[in-house]
Design a protein around this ligand. Structure first.
Ligand SMILES: C[S@@+](CC[C@H](N)C(=O)[O-])C[C@H]1O[C@@H](n2cnc3c(N)ncnc32)[C@H](O)[C@@H]1O
Length: 325
């Protein structure tokens, strides 16, 4: 993957995502993870002149770059775009605010997309501090904001037990204990401040270093999940997204690792199961009864042709939840 860090982000499952969203002219769609805008550009084209795309990213640079690209290269699409720099966990608040400002007519939308994780430009750029191949400050936050929790703080200040737990549970790292011990020993001598300093420590600590992936991959995944509160934000997002969906609207989520996918699958199943009222209640008050249906139950995966073009897509799974009429 060394060379891929110089590449531009390649949009994953583009055709499948567009099919899943079932876009019609005049629709209001949310792209909750704008990134390099690969899905967003296609959505902007399909919603027509009266449609709106609310495009979120927690990373201001992604939003600014996309706005510039549309203004310069596709000026006819600019009026359809509502750019938002925010965390997708705030989806419901943002939709309400846009309605109050008169930028959208209702507090409901026809489709929501989230293509989770990071884009390749963030890995290559030291402002985000995520690469284990290039020396950079140890940060790992998607917003590139220094004021939030950083991986440097976690690695240097959390206890050995806390580190072992997150490496195990969020990285599914088999040698979590050995790595946590090595980190704690090493930071007593010198603070761990760069990505390569940490990656080298992990490589040294591991007995099994000859796998297909870089020895630091799983620990870096765990730290990214913690720093960006990925799983709790995902749960808040899923709840908010289903609340803002119009009837017949679709929620489409692309995940890249099993913890994300498990969260999405579990949430979709619970929503599609219908009524969640306690059994002792005589009538349904949750309002969820049969409100949602899962489409393509097994999830949609990239075609062989896409995998050949873009090996990073190999772990992608797309899931679709539809709100009934
Ligand atoms: C995989 S990329 C999206 C790629 C995009 N679909 C494309 O085709 O170019 C994920 C993006 O989501 C953003 N992101 C991650 N977590 C977020 C969150 N909680 N709220 C908003 N944006 C988030 C990242 O900054 C990154 O730019």
């Amino acid at each position: 993957m060394a060379d891929s860090e110089k590449e531009f982000h390649r949009t994953v499952l583009l055709k499948e995502t567009i099919e899943a969203l079932n876009i019609k002219k005049g629709d209001v769609i949310i792209d909750a993870t704008l990134g390099a805008g690969g899905h967003a550009l296609e959505i902007l084209r399909l919603i027509g002149e009266r449609g709106k795309l609310i495009a979120f990213d927690v990373d201001k640079k992604a939003v600014d770059d996309f706005k510039k690209r549309i203004t310069e290269n596709f000026p006819e699409l600019r009026n359809r775009l509502i750019p938002v720099v925010d965390n997708f966990k705030n989806i419901k608040k943002v939709v309400k605010r846009l309605q109050a400002e008169g930028r959208i007519k209702r507090d409901k939308v026809n489709g929501v997309l989230a293509d989770l994780g990071w884009r390749i430009e963030q890995v290559a750029d030291e402002r985000y501090g995520m690469s284990f191949r290039k020396e950079m400050p140890l940060k790992m936050n998607f917003s590139g904001d220094d004021k939030v929790l950083t991986a440097e703080k976690v690695v240097n200040e959390w206890s050995e037990e806390e580190l072992r737990n997150i490496f195990q549970s969020l990285g599914e790292e088999r040698e979590a204990g050995r790595i946590a011990k090595k980190i704690v020993e090493s930071r007593q001598k010198e603070r761990i401040v760069t990505t390569t300093q940490l990656a080298d420590l992990i490589t040294d600590a591991k007995k099994n270093r000859n796998g297909r992936i870089h020895p630091a991959t799983k620990v870096f995944q765990a730290l990214r999940i913690v720093v960006n509160a990925e799983l709790s934000n995902l749960e808040l997002f899923l709840e908010g997204a289903t609340d803002v969906l119009e009837s017949e609207g679709r929620l489409v989520v692309i995940s890249f690792h099993s913890l994300e996918d498990r969260t999405v699958k579990k949430f979709f199943r619970a929503k599609a199961r219908g009524c969640v009222c306690p059994e002792e209640l005589p009538v349904c008050v949750c309002g969820q009864s049969n409100q949602f249906i899962i489409l393509q139950k097994k999830g949609v995966r990239p075609s062989l042709a896409e995998l050949k073009e873009n090996p990073r897509a190999r772990s992608a799974v797309l899931r679709i939840l539809k709100k009934r009429k």
